[in-house]
Design a protein around this ligand. Structure first.
Ligand SMILES: [Zn+2]
Length: 240
């Protein structure tokens, strides 16, 4: 299992690590990493591995291995790969990651404002979206949502994280807003992400990376509300 340094501190931009394995498809496993592995609608991180005597190995994306615990850093074909046992300096593409953190946190706010079940979502560096089960489209308004999101952002609410046990989560099913994306359970504990004092704005289990306060998100706009099937409404948000 890879030590996931971003779980404790999403603001780490780089780390020293040791190569545990390299597969034939350019997948590199480290003992520890700051690279977020694609999950829950947030894409895997990009960046580079600096390898002594070898040079720079670009990382195009980061994914979980089949065991869902080992993180694989994926180098493009033809890259100079490190060898098992080698020390590397893992450096994130921070410009992209911080945008993903801002947009991811923004989607928590959207989730808090739209009181309908979430059926899916995707975080991007420029735009994000959430799908909701909404039968009556008049329940959501683009301009109203834009104003409400920017008010929550301007209020600069703190974003905090704490761990609870799987059993505590099971006893509070109301915490789970996303039916499509199951919270990361199975390790015995789940991370709860709260926005506002005691999670008054939003509180839900989430394994993604977030900014420390909503002010860091910056101004956003709801760009479109699309109909996707009888019940489904897709709400798109972009940085303004
Ligand atoms: Zn989250």
């Amino acid at each position: 299992m890879t030590e996931q340094l971003y779980r404790a501190n999403a603001y780490l931009r780089d780390c020293e690590a040791r190569v545990l394995a390299v597969n034939e498809r350019g997948g590199i496993v480290l003992d520890r990493t700051v690279f977020y592995a694609s999950a829950g609608g947030q894409p895997g991180d990009k960046g580079v591995l600096e390898i002594d005597g070898v040079g720079i190995c670009p990382i195009a994306t980061t994914v979980y291995d089949a065991d869902k615990a080992t993180i694989v850093h994926v180098a493009p074909e033809g890259s100079a790969l490190p060898s098992p046992g080698q020390a590397v300096h893992a450096v994130l593409d921070w410009d992209t990651r911080v945008k993903l953190m801002r947009m991811h946190t923004c989607l928590h706010l959207l989730c808090a404002l739209v009181k309908f079940p979430v059926t899916g979502g995707q975080v991007g560096a420029e735009e994000g979206r959430l799908d909701f089960d909404i039968e009556d489209a008049s329940a959501v308004d683009k301009d109203r949502l834009t104003a409400d999101l920017n008010a929550l952002i301007a209020a600069d609410h703190p974003v905090s994280e704490r761990w609870i046990t799987d059993a505590e989560l099971e006893a509070n099913p109301g915490l789970v807003r996303t039916m499509a994306v199951k919270p990361p359970m199975g390790s015995g504990r789940v991370r709860l992400v709260g926005i506002g004092e005691d999670g008054v704005v939003d509180l839900q289990p989430c394994g993604g990376t977030h900014v420390r306060s909503t002010g860091e998100i910056g101004r956003v706009a709801v760009t479109r509300i699309e109909k996707k099937g009888k019940l489904n409404r897709r709400i798109r948000v972009a940085f303004a």
